[in-house]
Structure formats: structure tokens, C-alpha cells
Design a protein around this ligand. Structure first.
Ligand SMILES: [Cu+2]
Length: 119
């Protein structure tokens, strides 16, 4: 009886540990690297939130697809970067991924916002 209870407890603990491990793994898989395309249009930036893998080179490639948007430039206040987004012209911004951090990016008037998480 006691042995059986212990075994059950052990199995539960193992299941919880494995579950936690699996969760951690799938979260890490969400983190991207390399060039990531972001569209700037009348709805703002899409995707508006990106997770990057720490230590892996990554860049965001912004392409404005319409004139009907005020997102004609992109600003990274934390990185002190401000770049024009000419119509239908990809603009690459390298993102430092050496340390875990959160960055924001906005249009020139900070009306549209996006976020980058490095982890
Ligand atoms: Cu704006």
C-alpha cells in the first residue's frame, strides 16, 4: 500500500517534470533567428511582436506595402535607430541578441507599436 502510493507519487512528479520540460522546449522553439519579415500597412506592423533567440544573429526586414499608412518610418527608441520605410522596399534592421531584453519599435508618431523579445 505504502509502496504503491510512493510509486504513484513518483509517477506524478515525473509527469509534472516532463510536462515542464516540454513546455520550456516548445517556448524556446518559438524564438526565431535570421531575417524576419514585417509588413507595415494601414493596420500597423505585422507581426507586431517577435521573439528572438538569444545569441543567434537576427534582423527585422520591414516592408511598407501601402501609402495609406503613417508607418513611413520605423523607430527603435532603445537602439536609437530611425529609418525611413520607402514604399515596397525592404529595410533591414539588425537586432542585437547578445543579452535577453525587450525592445519596442514604433512608427514615426508612435501610433503603431511593436515589440521584440530576446530570450
Ligand atoms: Cu504613425
Amino acid at each position: 500500500m505504502t509502496l504503491r502510493t510512493n510509486l504513484f507519487g513518483f509517477a506524478m512528479l515525473a509527469a509534472i517534470s516532463l510536462g515542464g520540460f516540454a513546455c520550456k522546449n516548445s517556448a524556446a522553439d518559438d524564438a526565431k533567428s535570421g531575417p524576419i519579415a514585417i509588413t507595415a500597412d494601414d493596420k500597423g506592423f505585422t507581426p507586431s511582436s517577435v521573439t528572438l533567440k538569444k545569441g543567434a544573429p537576427a534582423s527585422l526586414v520591414f516592408t511598407r506595402t501601402t501609402d495609406a499608412t503613417c508607418a513611413t518610418e520605423v523607430v527603435f527608441p532603445d537602439l536609437k535607430i530611425k529609418k525611413d520605410l520607402p514604399l515596397k522596399t525592404p529595410v533591414t534592421i539588425d537586432v542585437p541578441t547578445d543579452a535577453p531584453r525587450s525592445l519596442t519599435f514604433t512608427c514615426g508618431m508612435a501610433m503603431f507599436k511593436g515589440a521584440v523579445v530576446i530570450r
